[in-house]
Design a protein around this ligand. Structure first.
Ligand code: ZN
Length: 359
C-alpha cells in the first residue's frame, strides 16, 4: 500500500464523480499519472534498498499520451501512458465494486473480458494504422450488458467513499508498473531489434530473432519479479494488488486470451507472468510477515492460474477457425450462462465443436 500524499489527493479531488467524459478524463490523467509517479519516487527515495534508490536516481520519467495503455523504459527514460491510467481506473472501479457487492462478480468478470478484448484488438489496430476503439467505462458497459449486469446501473461512477479505495488501488498499480520499468533499467536489460519485433508480429522468424524474443520474455519475468519483490519490501504485501488488480491487469495487457498472440512474442502471456509472480509473492510475504501465506490465499493464487490456463487451452488457437473476438458489449449479455466469460468462476467448458482441454 503506497501511502498517499496531499498533492495526489488534490489532483484526484478535481475529478468529482459524474457522467463520464472521455476527453476530460484523458486530459486529467496526464496530471494524475505525473503526481502518482512523483509520490512513488518519493517513497522509493525514503524506503527503497540502496540499489533501487541508485537506479531511480538515474531515471527520468515522462507521461506518454499514446492512445493504447502502455509503459516502457528506453535509454534511462520511463514512459507510462495516461491511457494506461484510465484503464487502471476502470479495473479498480470494478475491483472496489466487487469487494463492496459480491454479486457484482459475473458482471465484473465480463467487463474484464471486454477490456482484454478491446486492448488486444487495439494493439493490432495500431500496427495496421486503423483508428482505435474507445474503451467504454464500466457504466457504459453495464448499460449495454443486460441482463447480466442488471442492478448495477447506478453503481458507477463509484461513490465518494469507494473512490478513496479505488484511487489507492490505482496508485498501487502505477507503482508496480513503475517498478517493473525501473527493473529493466536496474537489471541492465537490452531491448529487442526491429527484426525481432517484426518476427513477433508474424514476419520472418530468423533463429537470431527468435533467440532475441526468448531473451526478451526472460527479461519480462525478471522485471516482474524484481518489481513485486521491491514493492513488498517497501510497502508490504498488498492483497488487492495481488489477488485482483494484478490478475486483471496481466490478463488485459498480456494477450492472455488472444488467438492472434504469437508464442514467439516479446512478452510472455499475462497468465504466465502472473503464475510466475505467485511464487515471488509467497517468498516475499514470508520474508516480510514472518509466516506463510494462508492455505486459503494460496488456493486463491493457484485456482486463478489453473482456471486461466484451462480457459486459454479451451480457445484452441491452433484451429483453422479462431474463436471470434467479442468487442460488442451486447455479446457479454449472457456469456456467464454459456461459460464464455473467461475470467468467471463458473466451471469452464470448451466451446462447441472444439476439442476440450485434457482430451
Ligand atoms: Zn517490461
Amino acid at each position: 500500500l503506497i501511502a498517499r500524499i496531499s498533492v495526489t489527493l488534490a489532483v484526484f479531488a478535481s475529478s468529482p464523480a459524474r457522467a463520464y467524459d472521455a476527453d476530460v478524463q484523458m486530459q486529467q490523467s496526464i496530471a494524475i499519472v505525473g503526481a502518482i509517479v512523483q509520490l512513488v519516487r518519493a517513497q522509493i527515495a525514503s524506503l527503497g534498498a540502496p540499489d533501487v534508490r541508485a537506479a531511480d536516481a538515474q531515471i527520468s520519467f515522462v507521461v506518454d499520451d499514446t492512445p493504447i495503455p502502455n509503459a516502457f523504459e528506453q535509454n534511462g527514460v520511463i514512459h507510462i501512458s495516461n491511457s494506461l491510467h484510465v484503464m487502471f481506473l476502470y479495473v479498480a472501479d470494478a475491483g472496489v465494486e466487487n469487494a463492496a457487492h459480491q454479486t457484482f462478480g459475473a458482471c465484473g468478470d465480463a467487463y474484464g473480458t471486454y477490456l482484454t478484448t478491446v486492448v488486444s484488438q487495439n494493439k493490432v489496430r495500431v500496427v495496421k494504422g486503423l483508428p482505435l476503439q474507445a474503451v467504454k467505462p464500466p457504466e457504459e458497459f453495464i448499460a449495454l450488458s443486460q441482463p447480466l449486469c442488471a442492478g448495477f446501473e447506478k453503481a458507477f461512477p463509484v461513490s465518494a467513499e469507494l473512490r478513496k479505495w479505488r484511487d489507492q488501488r490505482v496508485i498501487d498499480m502505477i507503482g508496480f508498473v513503475y517498478l517493473h520499468e525501473l527493473a529493466h533499467f536496474a537489471l541492465h536489460h537490452t531491448g529487442v531489434t526491429d527484426a525481432a519485433i517484426h518476427a513477433a508480429l508474424g514476419g520472418i522468424q530468423t533463429p537470431q530473432a527468435l533467440s532475441e524474443l526468448a531473451r526478451s520474455r526472460d527479461q519480462e519475468f525478471a522485471a516482474d519479479a524484481w518489481a513485486l519483490r521491491q514493492y513488498i519490501r517497501m510497502f508490504g504485501p498488498e492483497p488487492n494488488l495481488m489477488y485482483y488488480d494484478l490478475q486483471k491487469t496481466m490478463t488485459i495487457m498480456g494477450n492472455s486470451f488472444d488467438c492472434t498472440h504469437d508464442v514467439n512474442s516479446t512478452h510472455p502471456t499475462g497468465i504466465e507472468r502472473y503464475a510466475a509472480l505467485t511464487s515471488v509473492y509467497r517468498d516475499e510475504f514470508k520474508r516480510k510477515i514472518g509466516y506463510d501465506v494462508s492455505p486459503q490465499e494460496s488456493d486463491l493464487l493457484n485456482d486463478w492460474v489453473k482456471f486461466s490456463k484451462h480457459a486459454r487451452d479451451g480457445l484452441h488457437c491452433e484451429s483453422a477457425a479462431p474463436v471470434p473476438a467479442m468487442t460488442d458489449p451486447h455479446d457479454y449479455g449472457n456469456c456467464y450462462a454459456e461459460h464464455r466469460c473467461f475470467a468467471s468462476p463458473a466451471p469452464f467448458k470448451p466451446l462447441a465443436g472444439t476439442k476440450g482441454p485434457g482430451k
